[in-house]
Design a protein. Structure first.
Length: 633
């Protein structure tokens, strides 16, 4: 129990220190804290990996009263900001949420005293590892990044004390979500992540950042209203308060659990930024890169898919679950298509994230045992590879002053180590035998036996093809060799290099170790819930390990690139070429050589495809609402 309390409470103490200490001392504290959280997460793994669910009887009071007071104070703060910036939709939502919360706390649950308020199982261990290791590494990376950020953006007020305070509060809240069995406590930590993301997205204080921060806040508050509505329904159905336990609600069966499960999954859809709510996550790209990495890899959106995966047994093979799965599948397909049309690297990463979160929800919505296995694998591999890519893009942006993919031509010459890391990260997203492809292959196999499985297989096939297209053209741009390029990665700070090397090693290491992860963490968790589990055969594993070794030859060979290597003129199909990258065109006209990717705006333009996705997903959610109303009545 003490180790869980440490992981929840320790980041809060560090966050408070961030408000008090100076820059140099802050750097040391962040690094030491990251090491401590990483070690604590590993200790948790060693201690509990061979156990099933372990519950802890933490006193409900006075912790719950403190949580309610904090929630009310935060509501007042948001109300003030909403009025100040004239964001009246946000004001309406926070008033509605505060009113529902007070009704729940004062009128429905004033006499209950839930036990077993904290718990741990294999899935929460996996999530704790993602938060404690990847989240902590992002905090360390942010030390060097934010210094460079403010050197480049001198007009932005330096609020790094607040920035690092919020980062560690974020980590604490995420630990609270994955360790809380009491849904009232889950709601508290859930709302803390919403407020933290609001502050971080609006960090720069520009009109664009402020508007995008309020957009994120409004959409997540909408999910928060649904979450509180679920708790009110539970309180009315079971005045004893037993069903506030996540384990009790999930095991109570379809009749009792389906209404709160769908409402909470709606909150998860908003938090995970699935269509029609994906615009908030795209807008969050205005924040500094460590914020993007934190939102996309180890916090915030992972909280959304985490809660949906938790309710997969309730949703399994139900109409409501199928609709939620279709929202995820449509998001996967259309977000993958939009990514093709993007030249902004951070937007490609954003839509790639939205797409993969959609695939996770598609698996969890259908909810069979083998698809839950796939969903958890996707969470693991996506968190690691995407955090590496976000931090690499942030480093590139700081060095070359651009995040446009077209400006990354010849990056293998200018930033060879970073290029190698990006190559490995991208390979981890779409090339066999890296984890994302293993998971997608397993998803196709699992959907075959599921109802309407062919629909999901078709969507997965087309979405996967889009994935290959946008990753491969970006990879081609990075490894293209261009003339007169200078190495510009020599000034990258040591903290950044350490984080990037560790994440690169994790991408490869987890792909090699995923059979162990599956055997000792995922499969026992699924067996405990469904009484049956799944995995990959030894023959498939052997093939994938051999493919991994072959694939790594190219990126690691980049380490031996020498600036003094001999350059030869590029081959232009027989046309004479000059050293300045010009060639003899028609009638002897000299033309400049230019290379650019296809983006196919006409077919995959952001506005057009997002509009289609919004209509489809709102329609699906409306159908789910009608079905849910029928169940209630």
């Amino acid at each position: 129990m003490n180790d869980l309390l440490f992981l929840i409470g320790f980041p809060v103490i560090i966050a408070l220190l961030m408000l008090l200490v100076k820059d140099k001392i802050r750097n040391y504290i962040v690094i030491v804290s990251a090491i401590a959280l990483g070690i604590a997460s590993l200790y948790l793994l060693i201690t509990y990996f061979n156990k099933n669910t372990v519950f802890f009887d933490i006193p409900f009071e006075p912790a719950s009263k403190i949580m309610v007071i904090i929630e009310i104070l935060l509501a007042v703060y948001i109300l003030y900001l909403g009025i100040k910036f004239k964001k009246y939709f946000t004001v309406a939502l926070i008033l509605l949420q505060a009113g529902l919360l007070l009704f729940l706390e004062m009128g429905l649950i004033s006499g209950i005293h839930p036990v077993n308020n904290l718990f741990i199982d294999q899935f929460s261990i996996i999530m704790a590892m993602i938060i404690g290791i990847i989240g902590s590494l992002i905090c360390v990376y942010a030390l060097g990044y934010m210094e460079t950020y403010h050197n480049r953006h001198t007009g932005i007020k330096d609020r790094r004390k607040l920035f690092f305070f919020i980062l560690f509060i974020f980590l604490s809240a995420m630990f609270g979500i994955v360790f809380s069995n009491n849904l009232l406590w889950v709601l508290f930590f859930w709302e803390i992540t919403t407020i933290c993301s609001f502050v971080l997205i609006g960090y720069s204080g520009t009109p664009e950042a402020t508007n995008n921060a309020f957009l994120a806040l409004s959409m997540n508050l909408l999910g928060g209203v649904a979450f509180i509505a679920a708790l009110i329904y539970i309180a009315m159905m079971d005045p004893s308060g037993k069903l506030f336990g996540l384990d009790a609600l999930i095991s109570s069966g379809y009749a009792l659990a389906i209404v709160p499960a769908v409402l909470i999954c709606f909150a998860g859809i908003t938090k995970a930024a699935l269509m029609p709510f994906s615009s908030w996550l795209v807008g969050a790209m205005v924040a500094p890169t460590p914020v993007s990495a934190l939102l996309h890899s180890s916090t915030m959106v992972k909280a959304g898919v985490y809660i949906i995966v938790r309710f997969a047994p309730v949703l399994a093979l139900t109409t409501e679950g199928f609709i939620i799965a279709m929202v995820g599948a449509v998001t996967f397909l259309l977000a993958s298509g939009i990514a093709i049309s993007q030249s902004n690297a951070k937007k490609v990463l954003a839509y790639s994230t939205i797409a993969n979160l959609g695939l996770i929800v598609a698996c969890a919505g259908v909810g069979t045992y083998n698809l839950m296995w796939v969903a958890i694998l996707l969470i693991i591999f996506h968190a690691i590879a995407k955090s590496l890519l976000f931090l690499c893009v942030g480093t590139v942006e700081n060095r070359i002053g651009s995040k446009n993919i077209e400006d990354m031509g010849g990056l293998i010459v200018r930033m060879p180590k970073i290029a190698m890391m990006m190559f490995i990260g991208m390979a981890g997203m779409f090339l066999a035998p890296f984890g994302m492809v293993i998971s997608k292959w397993a998803a196709i196999e699992a959907f075959i036996t599921a109802p309407f499985g062919l629909v999901f297989i078709a969507i997965l096939a087309f979405g996967g093809s889009f994935t290959v297209f946008y990753w491969s053209k970006w990879m081609g741009k990075i490894i293209s060799v261009m003339r007169h390029q200078e190495v510009v990665e020599d000034t990258v700070k040591k903290e950044k290099w350490a984080v990037l090397y560790i994440l690169t090693a994790l991408v490869v290491g987890v792909c090699l170790a995923f059979p162990l992860i599956s055997t000792y963490l995922i499969e026992p968790f699924i067996m405990n819930i469904y009484g049956i589990t799944t995995g990959l055969s030894q023959a498939n594993l052997a093939i994938m390990i051999m493919m991994l070794c072959l694939l790594l030859i190219m990126p690691f060979s980049m380490l031996f690139y020498r600036t003094g290597s001999k350059h030869v003129s590029p081959y232009m199909g027989g046309r004479p070429t000059e050293g300045e990258m010009r060639f003899s065109g028609t009638f002897g006209t000299m033309r400049e050589l230019s290379l650019a990717n296809y983006y196919m705006d006409k077919y995959f333009g952001e506005d057009k495809v997002f509009y289609i996705g919004t209509l489809l997903c709102w329609g699906l959610l409306l159908i789910a609402g009608i079905i849910l109303a029928g169940v209630v009545l």
